[in-house]
Design a protein around this ligand. Structure first.
Ligand code: GLP
Length: 249
């Protein structure tokens, strides 16, 4: 595991982008999954800028959504699909990049088809994941089986409180669909991004402590895991430097 400390959002984006570009240089037809939430936004802004300048492209890549709400209720916050469109629009929604959407309304038949599409490309080359405040990755909530593939989940109270602050007269979603831990672990490389109010998870990750109930820590056993973390979450933990991303560690 490489633990990369980011002193600010520029460095967060720079270190994360370095992982993406080195994996892409190794394989242009990268199969990749991309998270949403606030954590990856500095990375996406950087990739969007590099794309506009002609220095980065996911042409020939296959992009798989990581997760999505199944029922959005009437909460005034959009789908993850809309978020990817907003933050990475031209980079992934173009005629050269294959995009595998997860749409609201996903059911078991959808999940089986999604797994078949993942199998068809030989699994992911790069899984980029964020971490929830309760340690989830994608919507693999605490306690999810390590062998899970794409499945529909009932959202926990913790996740609803983190993602959908209670508001009068507004219904929060109750379910989501997510790629499973099995496919994330099967990815050739994993890039985990940790930002925000998640010190307890950052600490477990930095100490390489696997806790069966905390999905993010289950990925610690992955042979090619890079973790980019906000510096204040680490408090003196041992970290790698950027050369580790390039495989010189
Ligand atoms: C959601 C998503 C995750 C994401 C997490 C963290 O629950 N299901 O894929 O990683 O939020 O969000 P944030 O980056 O905003 O902290």
């Amino acid at each position: 595991m490489r633990l990369l400390r980011a002193r600010d959002s520029d460095e967060f984006a720079q270190l994360s982008a370095l992982v993406v570009t080195t994996r892409l240089e190794a394989k242009r037809t990268l199969a990749i999954t991309l998270p949403t939430g606030s954590t990856p936004l500095p990375l996406y802004e950087r990739l969007r800028r590099e794309h506009a300048a002609g220095r980065f492209s996911l042409d020939r890549a296959s992009v798989f959504m990581l997760d999505e709400y199944v029922d959005l209720g009437n909460y005034p916050k959009g789908s993850f699909h809309a978020a990817l469109q907003q933050h990475l629009g031209p980079v992934i929604f173009n005629s050269h990049t294959t995009f595998h959407a997860m749409r609201p309304g996903a059911d078991p038949a959808f999940c089986a088809a999604y797994d078949a599409a993942l199998d068809e490309v030989g699994g992911l080359d790069l899984a980029i994941v964020g971490v929830g405040r309760n340690g989830h990755v994608g919507f693999n909530e605490p306690g999810t089986s390590f062998h899970a593939r794409t499945h529909v989940v009932r959202l926990t109270e913790d996740t609803l409180n983190a993602n959908f602050p209670a508001t009068d007269d507004v219904e929060r979603p109750t379910r989501a669909v997510t790629m499973g831990l099995a496919d994330l672990w099967r990815a050739r490389s994993v890039l985990m991004l940790v930002h925000g109010d998640k010190q307890w998870v950052a600490r477990l990750l930095a100490d390489e402590t696997v806790v069966a109930e905390v999905p993010a820590t289950q990925l610690l056993t992955h042979p090619d895991l890079s973790i980019v973390v906000d510096e204040p979450l680490l408090r003196g933990a041992m970290v790698s430097d950027a050369s580790a991303i390039l495989g010189h560690d």
